[in-house]
Design a protein around this ligand. Sequence first.
Ligand code: NDP
Length: 288
Amino acid sequence: MMSGDGTISLPGGARMPSYGCGTWQMGEDARHHPREVAALRAALDAGVRMIDTAEMYAEGGAEKIVGEAIAGRREDVFLVSKVYPHNAGFDEMQRAAHASLERLGVDAVDLYLLHWPGQIPLEETVAAFEHLRAQGAIRGWGVSNFDPDDIEVLNEAVAVNRVSDPKGSCQVNQVLYHLGARGIEWDLVPAADVGGIPLMAYSPLGQGALLTAPAIEAIAERQDVSPAVVATAWTMRSGRIAAIPKTADPERAKENAKARDLTLDPDDLAQLDAAFPPPDCPEPLGVI
Ligand code: NDP
C-alpha cells in the first residue's frame, strides 16, 4: 500500500519509496561516468529516495557509479541490487553480495533480488538470502522476472526453509511493466492486491520507445509535463506499484521525478486504455 509519503509498505514492514532511479547501462563507458553520477545526484537532490542496480549492469560498473553518487548520503537512499542467477547458490551468493557492497561502498543494501529464475534450487537461494539477512548485509530480499508459476515454487522454497518472520519472506517482484506491456495486470497485479508480493515496474518508459506515442504526448502537453512523466506516473497510478525509470541526464532526472506528483485523471486513463489496451487473457510474463 502506498501512503501519503510516497512509500509502499513491504511484507516485512519496511517502507519502500514508490519511485526510484534505474541504472542499467550506466558504468559502461568511463567518459560518461561524471554525467551518470550527476544524474543520480540530481535525482537525490530532487528528493528521490530509491536507486535500483545489479551486479550484472556493466559487470559491477553501475554499482560503482551508484556508490559514488550516494557517498556521504547513504541514509537518503533505499538501495536495491540484484544477484545473477548463477551466483544464487549459498557460497556464491555470500561472495557476490559482499562484492556488491564493496562496490557500492555500503554495509548493507535494503533489498537484494534474484535477477531472474535460474537453475539453482530456490531452497538454497532462500537459505543464502536469509544468511545474508541474519548478518545484516541485506535488509530484505526479493525476486525479479518471476511469473505466477515461479512464485509458487518460491513459496514452497520459503516454506521448506521454515521462514516464519515476514521480514524473511519475499519483499518484492521486479517485473517489466509499462503501457506497452500490461500482461501483469491479468495475474501478478491482482495477486499483489490481495496480499501477494508487491511489484516494482522496470522499463516504465518502454526503454524510451513510449515517449513519442501520440496518446502519451497529448496527455503530457495537457498536463504540462514530459511524456516520460506521464508514462511513469501511469505505472505508479494505483499507489501499490513502484517504478524505476533510468536516465543518465541530470536535467531529465529532475524532470522524471515529477512523476511522483502527477495524478492522471479518469479521462487521461481512458485515453491511455484506448491506445494501449489492458490484457484480455493471460500472457507470458514479458522480459527484457
Ligand atoms: P526505461 O524505460 O527506464 O527507459 C530508459 C531510456 O529512456 C533510456 O534510453 C533513457 O535515455 C531514456 N529516457 C529517460 N528519461 C527520458 C526523458 N525524460 N526523455 C527522453 N528520454 C528519456 O528503461 P530501462 O530498461 O533502463 O528500465 C529502467 C530500470 O529498470 C533499469 O535501468 C534497471 O535499473 C531496471 N531494469 C531491470 C530489469 C530486470 O530484469 N530486473 C530489466 C530492465 C531494466 P537517457 O539515459 O539518455 O536519458
